[in-house]
Design a protein around this ligand. Sequence first.
Ligand code: NDP
Length: 317
Amino acid sequence: MSEEIEQLDCLIIGSGPAGYTAAIYAARASMNPVMYMGLQPGGQLTTTNEVENFPGYPEGVTGPQMMVELQQQAERFDTDVRHGWVTKVDFSGATHKVWVDEKKEIHAKTVIIATGASAKYLGLESEQKYLELGGGVSACAVCDGFFYKGQEVVVVGAGDSACEEAHYLSKLCTKVTMLVRRDQFRASKIMEARVRNTENIEILTNTSTQEVLGDGNVVTGVSAKNTETGEVKEIPATGFFVAIGHQPNTEVFKPYVELDEVGYIINQQPGTSKTNVAGVFVAGDAADKDYRQAVTAAGTGCMAALDAERYLAALGH
Ligand code: NDP
């Protein structure tokens, strides 16, 4: 038997810094928000070790601890934080219908999408092992680069992200090796020129990653293969940065919410959190391919809650 339909003023989907910040603002505005945390409660930050660039933490904080504190802050104002995964939506009418775990049906006046994006990884067993150990595999140079100061690192990828990460790391590290799988970059010419003109960045084209090498705890190097010559070489490195793109977690909204060709939600009015669906707002990385920082996600979470509050006020709430 299906459960009774639940009526809400504000539903928040996703539990990263965007979702929690939206929850704090919405709860304090008496919108009684309900949050569904998704498959990875806390979002991408739970895969980061130390967060040192979020204002207000002078000593830094671990990603998981920060998410626990954000949850506590949201719950302090009575946000109803729940486990669950949104499996279907119907945004065709004035009431936004959302199904959680295929069975529970919710009708919400406002919906804040804060489902984030997932970094893509190569999928090598050794890569996943050191990622899980927190031992030298990362998908965010701005987050983790500092820990490799004065060391040698490898970046895989050849898009704008890879170039940006390699250039950022070149200022911290003694040497950055970029592994480019084809004989050309995908990045814009200006970004490519920037890495090519940086002395301590070595670019290896036609090169694929064979294995991430390590001592069982931390990364010690990368085994790379030249796909033209078949030559395999070991590159000493303490950090392995994967920059082969992100996938926004927006598939479920696709029939109703306008997405770009990659899947990022398009802001209908730049500078707001509005989507093409009235009453549906977006915050964080689900709409952001450029900044992708916890603090920018939090900022847009605040915007989404304020936009939702104004939308409800216009409805006479
Ligand atoms: P892209 O999809 O543009 O590039 C991904 C890169 O990773 C490509 O070079 C691709 O190689 C490579 N790649 C993919 N899979 C593998 C694999 N299995 N092994 C090795 N290499 C692989 O993603 P980005 O994140 O770089 O950029 C996404 C979007 O964001 C772009 O539109 C970009 O312009 C934008 N962006 C803009 C920035 C800025 O302007 N400051 C900064 C960052 C991103 P191949 O080319 O062979 O397919």
